[in-house]
Ligand binder design. Structure first.
Ligand SMILES: Nc1ncnc2c1ncn2[C@@H]1O[C@H](COP(=O)(O)OP(=O)(O)OP(=O)(O)O)[C@@H](O)[C@H]1O
Ligand SMILES: [Mg+2]
Length: 330
């Protein structure tokens, strides 16, 4: 694998917390919401990185930073080694074109009045990349790559004539039309019927394998990552708390939070079933990050040091596998 196409270097995103009536009544001091907290990651061509974690842990905010829809409050985003904050004009547009996003809801993200052909052609027209015969050819190639074959059958069809899975393929084709280096898929199958989820996840994994596209697959569902990702980053309250090759993380999870997420994943053989780890304590709030290890109030394995010292990612011993836990590096 080559040099990273994308690198986040200690990226943080802080939002000003809106003051709610509950805050006023409870006389809560206002704190900022630190949605993403010093996240570093790297992505190489052809690699699928799964970003997993429960609702509100900062997955979409991370995706928005990668896509350049949000600027980091601190840290740097490097695309092909270049800091995007220093790019301007044409350079920035070219760099943006190479990063495309697949959204969660294929019912909302497609204009019902446009045909599939028009939808997939639109990014090429907006970015003035192709016209005429070249435009038609690139639309057909994108449809084909997204598994809509033969492409002619779909060109004049409108989204309402398609199934959820086909719609998501149109969304993917539209992202592929610009021949991106990086595809960020934010919960790409959560709105789809269970029976077709594997098809879409397989498609994304094959785009990485066959076309060398780097894919960031965002999900809250641990059970979908095993077969489709090369590496995993587990997020908790804005931080990556464990990361490594998928197999290593799934077989030897080193952070108690990862173990808890995995304990509720259904397994096919009843004999392999492990006891479920039920997390207790308050649901995490990025406006009030606990002192010490941020997971400590809910951690079944908490000890004294966890309440005072904030652990950073430390090597677990397995290649490329790191966890932010004092049980690992204490
Ligand atoms: N524009 C914003 N202004 C203020 N707070 C925000 C904003 N966007 C996100 N947040 C907060 O930042 C935190 C992370 O949100 P984010 O949407 O990144 O989480 P997520 O992991 O994608 O969750 P989900 O699984 O529900 O999609 C949440 O607490 C959210 O309320
Ligand atoms: Mg989200």
């Amino acid at each position: 694998m080559g040099d990273p196409v994308l690198r986040l270097d200690e990226v943080s995103v802080t939002f000003a917390r809106p003051r709610s009536i509950v805050d006023v009544i409870a006389r809560r001091p206002l704190s900022d919401v630190r949605a993403v907290d010093e996240v570093s990651l790297e992505l190489r061509p052809g690699e699928v990185l799964a970003v997993v974690g429960e609702s509100g842990c900062g997955k979409t905010t991370t995706a928005n930073v990668i896509m350049g829809l949000l600027s980091p409050s601190a840290g740097r985003v490097l695309v092909r080694g270049e800091n995007v904050a220093t790019l301007n004009g044409g350079e920035l547009r070219r760099s943006r074109r190479k990063m495309q996003m697949v959204f969660q809801d294929p019912y909302e993200s497609l204009n019902p009045r446009m045909t599939v052909g028009q939808i997939v052609a639109e990014p090429l027209q907006v970015h003035k990349v192709a016209t005429g015969i070249e435009l038609t050819a690139r639309v057909a190639t994108a449809l084909q790559r997204a598994g809509l074959r033969p492409p002619e059958r779909y060109l004049n069809v409108r989204p309402n004539e398609l199934s959820g899975g086909q719609r998501q393929r149109v969304v993917i084709a539209s992202a592929l039309s610009l021949e991106p280096d990086v595809l960020v898929a934010d919960e790409p199958v959560s709105m789809l019927d269970v029976s077709i989820r594997a098809d879409i996840l397989n498609l994304l994994a094959s785009l990485a394998r066959d076309q060398g596209i780097a894919v960031v697959m965002i999900t809250h569902d641990m059970s979908t990552v095993a077969a489709y990702s090369d590496r995993i980053a587990v997020m908790y309250l804005g931080r990556i708390v464990e990361t490594g090759p998928t197999l290593s993380v799934l077989t030897t999870p080193s952070h108690p939070y990862t173990r808890a997420l995995l304990s509720v994943v259904p397994v096919p053989h009843p004999t392999q079933r492990k006891p479920r780890i039920i997390l207790t304590g308050e649901t995490p709030d990025p406006g009030r990050i606990p002192a010490g290890c941020r997971f400590n109030p809910r951690c079944p394995e908490v000890f004294d040091r966890c309440r005072v010292d904030d652990p950073r990612l430390m090597p677990t011993g397995a290649a490329g596998h790191e966890a932010a836990c004092w049980l690992v590096g204490g």
